[in-house]
Design a protein around this ligand. Structure first.
Ligand SMILES: [Zn+2]
Length: 205
């Protein structure tokens, strides 16, 4: 596929998975958007994604390649693995955004990744205190944790709305400066998400 010709019939290949001349399966390229034939946007038509997923699943069914040449059978295995990974990633807005940022060259910042956003430091400190007390058997801290849970849920919702706006801005303008903002907003969202999970674990019966 790298030479842009079908391995089977030698005709010029386009980006599709199956040759449009001989219909033989081409070597899949490791690009989730290209695999599903979507442009690189943060917002995605997810019902259409689902339709394409089921259609490709049928086209890549192992029974159809049982008698194929070993090269094509190998491609069908690679394409099936790619199909599942790509679908899992693209149907989830957060995983999709992480993937697209990487594709567009916006690498995560490992230092900021795990750190608490400065404006949350105090609340995180109080939360840890409450968790410690609850663990030591002080059931009266439960309401405090429940309150913190509601608060962080609301903040995560807010973060999702802010991300949505940034996605729209990038999708319509392609402005690379927005990628940086998305990166920071996603890191903050991930932090909130992990706090929520932590609280839910502590509150679980
Ligand atoms: Zn061909």
């Amino acid at each position: 596929m790298e030479d842009n010709h079908c391995w089977h019939c030698g005709q010029a290949a386009d980006l599709s998975l199956f040759c449009r001349f001989c219909n033989h399966l081409q070597e899949p390229v490791l690009d989730y958007y290209r695999f599903f034939g979507f442009p690189r946007t943060f917002h995605l038509d997810t019902p259409e994604l689902e339709r394409r997923f089921y259609s490709l699943s049928r086209q890549l069914h192992p029974d159809l390649f049982f008698r194929a040449m070993s090269r094509e059978r190998q491609y069908s295995l690679e394409a099936t693995a790619l199909l599942n990974d790509a679908y899992r990633t693209l149907r989830d807005p957060v995983l999709r955004a992480e993937y697209l940022l990487k594709q567009l060259g916006e690498e995560p910042d490992p230092h900021r990744r795990e750190a608490a956003p400065p404006e949350l430091l105090e609340e995180v400190f109080e939360l840890n205190e409450a968790i410690e007390e609850l663990r030591q058997g002080d059931a009266s801290t439960r309401p405090r944790l429940e309150q913190a849970h509601r608060k962080f849920l609301a903040l995560r919702q807010e973060a999702d709305r802010a991300l949505d706006e940034l996605y729209c801005r990038h999708d319509s303008t392609g402005d690379a400066a927005v990628l940086r903002e998305i990166r920071v907003a996603l890191d903050r969202r991930r932090y909130l998400h992990s706090l929520i999970q932590q609280i839910e674990k502590e509150l679980a019966p």
